[in-house]
Design a binder for this molecule. Structure first.
Ligand SMILES: *Cc1c(COP(=O)(O)O)cnc(C)c1O
Length: 505
């Protein structure tokens, strides 16, 4: 075929015509730009009831082709009402994130290339850009040059992969013989703080260590892991015959963004390695918090991380990259590939000294996530990233100041990064009825905060989430979106004020 004519016999069996793709593509880009420009006027938390979206979608797939425009119209009419807008300037729940312009365009380009980067030869650029961009991130974080990296989907998977490497390094032949039914093996243990993310336990479940394979260590008054308690826990376990294999420290816990004292934890690890005569892997979970280190004023969050065997951080959390994109950096790549490498004949190559990322974890096929991260880092540059992160931390300082001078609010935890935990404890709340709980006043305040948060989120003007601190219902306000201007944040604080005042009897 030539001259751009379509063979009528072929037409309909191929892909979207390139000129149609161009036209629809322009419309989609317009849609994206309009969406982002106007997202702040939409209700941030989806206001639909369960099943409402499903009820409006056809049960069966269409038999005949449908116009692309019809699907786009349904995106507006049916799907958007059921979207909680993570790119909304008043999205302050969980961790506040941004799918930025360069990242969005990177996703589109990655889909166009549709590369499966399982082997170096299945797209040398995909592998080599990934090696480059994870090294850029390492440099942005000020971490040592002997760390190498890989991009995976989520921090949960990165932590699982790191702990699989730790298990491999324990030299118990688990790769070949597994764990079950082996009287020759001791019980294996991983140590992490009671504030650690559930992904550590999920990794233990997946790796055959079970939840009992995770021992949680106590924290100090700022919810940071207590290194002395860590040492004591490990020594006690060893006396009872356990085999410690790894410690997981957290930089920025999910609940209050506490930063574990990694230098002291690494020291405890080193002492124990001497004592026990075997290795103890130190993994650092900096899914959200590690990115703070890009700002020189906050570089301290990664103090001691140079002693870690591995570290995970999520560009999709605080580095403006669309979900999903998580970077695992590690020192001993050889042990990781020893844990996972299984090369069937049809994938074997003689490419020599290249990285075949399929050997770095569980998945074979892998998408070209490096592209969007590359575009994000190039678009903003080190200084642009630094200034933005710094700004989010300043916004958090502003919220802390607002809480502290508010007569009815109490700051519930230190806010070292960009997330603030607080709650209302107004004196006009009547005591709860006495129950077996000790503190009817605190329970009444719990209920007041629950109702306050529900009202704020139902207003559609802001979305915040909560956590539990020592049994007390606590509101969390996370900053980290490029869309949250200072004016919009001010507006959100007045919404919080207004909804609290509305509860006053
Ligand atoms: C968010 C978070 C995770 C999990 O991240 P995913 O990428 O969603 O798996 C793990 N650890 C910490 C500290 C987190 O904040």
């Amino acid at each position: 075929m030539s001259g751009g004519e379509l063979d009528p016999a072929q037409h309909g069996l191929g892909d979207m015509d390139p000129e149609d793709l161009r036209a629809h593509g322009h419309r989609v880009v317009d849609w994206i730009a309009d969406y982002l420009a106007g997202v702040g006027e939409r209700p941030v938390l989806a206001q639909v009831a369960p099943g409402e979206v499903r009820d409006r979608l056809p049960e069966a797939p269409p038999d005949e082709p449908e116009p692309f425009e019809a699907a786009l119209a349904d995106l507006d009419d049916i799907l958007l009402p059921g979207i909680t807008h993570w790119n909304h300037p008043a999205f302050h729940a969980y961790f506040s994130i941004t799918g930025s312009g360069p990242g969005i365009l990177g996703e589109a380009l990655a889909a166009a290339l549709n590369v499966n980067g399982m082997l170096w030869r299945t797209s040398p650029s995909a592998t080599e850009l990934e090696e480059t961009v994870v090294d850029w991130l390492r440099q942005l974080l000020g971490l040592p040059g002997d760390l190498r990296g890989v991009i995976v989907d989520t921090a949960s998977v990165a932590t699982m992969v790191a702990l699989a490497a730790a298990r491999e390094r324990a030299d118990l032949d688990v790769r070949q013989r597994g764990l079950a039914g082996r009287p020759d093996l001791p019980l294996l243990r991983i140590y992490t703080s009671e504030e650690a993310h559930s992904s550590v336990e999920k990794a233990a479940i997946t790796l055959g260590l079970g939840r009992d394979g995770v021992r949680t260590v106590g924290t100090d008054e700022q919810r940071r892991m207590d290194p002395t308690a860590l040492g004591a826990a490990i020594r006690e376990d060893v006396r009872f015959g356990y085999r410690p294999i790894a410690i997981v420290a957290t930089i920025g816990t999910t609940s209050t963004t506490a930063v574990d004292p990694v230098p002291a934890i690494a020291e405890v690890r080193d002492e124990l390695v001497e004592e026990l005569g075997h290795d103890l892997w130190l993994h650092v979970d900096g899914a959200y918090g590690a990115m703070a280190a890009i700002d020189p004023e906050l570089r301290w969050v990664l103090d001691g991380a140079e002693h870690a065997d591995s570290l995970v951080t999520n560009p999709h959390k605080w580095l403006f990259t669309p979900i999903d994109c998580s970077v695992l950096l590690l020192r001993d790549v050889e042990v990781l590939t020893r844990a996972f490498s299984l090369v069937p004949e049809y994938l074997s190559t003689d490419d020599g000294e290249v990285t075949d990322y399929m050997n770095w974890g569980v998945q074979l096929g892998r998408r070209f996530r490096a592209l969007k991260l590359w575009l994000v880092i190039r678009y903003f540059g080190r200084h642009g990233l630094q200034e933005r992160i710094h700004h989010h931390v300043e916004q958090a300082r502003h919220v802390v100041a607002w809480v502290e001078k508010h007569p009815e609010l109490v700051l519930m935890a230190p806010a070292p990064l960009s997330t603030v935990c607080f709650r209302a404890e107004p004196d006009w709340v009547p005591d709860a009825a006495t129950g077996e709980d000790d503190d009817p006043r605190a329970r009444a305040h719990d209920e007041c905060n629950r109702r306050w948060l529900d009202r704020v989120n139902a207003s559609g003007e802001a979305f915040l989430s909560h956590t539990d601190l020592d049994g007390r219902f606590t509101v969390r306000l996370a900053l980290g979106s490029l869309h949250t201007t200072d004016e919009r944040l001010e507006r959100t604080l007045s919404v919080l004020d207004r909804e609290l005042a509305a509860l006053r009897p």
